[in-house]
Design a protein around this ligand. Structure first.
Ligand code: SF4
Length: 100
């Protein structure tokens, strides 16, 4: 019987590369106050596989798009408030998969 080595998600993610488009994030939060005060679930902070969204102690949601895998999950989970401007990265920028 063939056995497969187990690999953690973090190890797989480490095989990717990300080219930052400095000063031009491809996803933006439209209204940060809405996230802080009107979004009770803040699902982006738990659903993003790249951990791009974090919640600070005061409830503010911080988005850093470096490492984004362009999966679109955050667009879907933010359907109640539709508080994201989401675009594909410009050509030559963003995620590059599988360098391991
Ligand atoms: Fe995270 Fe996917 Fe949204 Fe990128 S598109 S920020 S990886 S949930």
């Amino acid at each position: 019987m063939e056995t497969h080595a187990t690999q953690k998600v973090e190890e797989k993610l480490f095989q990717n590369r990300y080219r930052v488009d400095a000063g031009r994030p491809h996803i933006r939060i439209k209204d940060a106050e809405l996230c802080t005060h009107q979004c009770s679930q803040k699902q982006c902070t738990v659903c993003c596989p790249a951990g791009c969204y974090t919640q600070e102690g005061n409830g503010k949601v911080v988005l850093i798009t470096d490492g984004c895998m362009e999966c679109g999950t955050c667009r879907i989970v933010c359907d109640e408030h539709r508080n994201l401007d989401w675009e594909w990265p410009r050509g030559g920028f963003g995620i590059l998969f599988k360098f391991g």
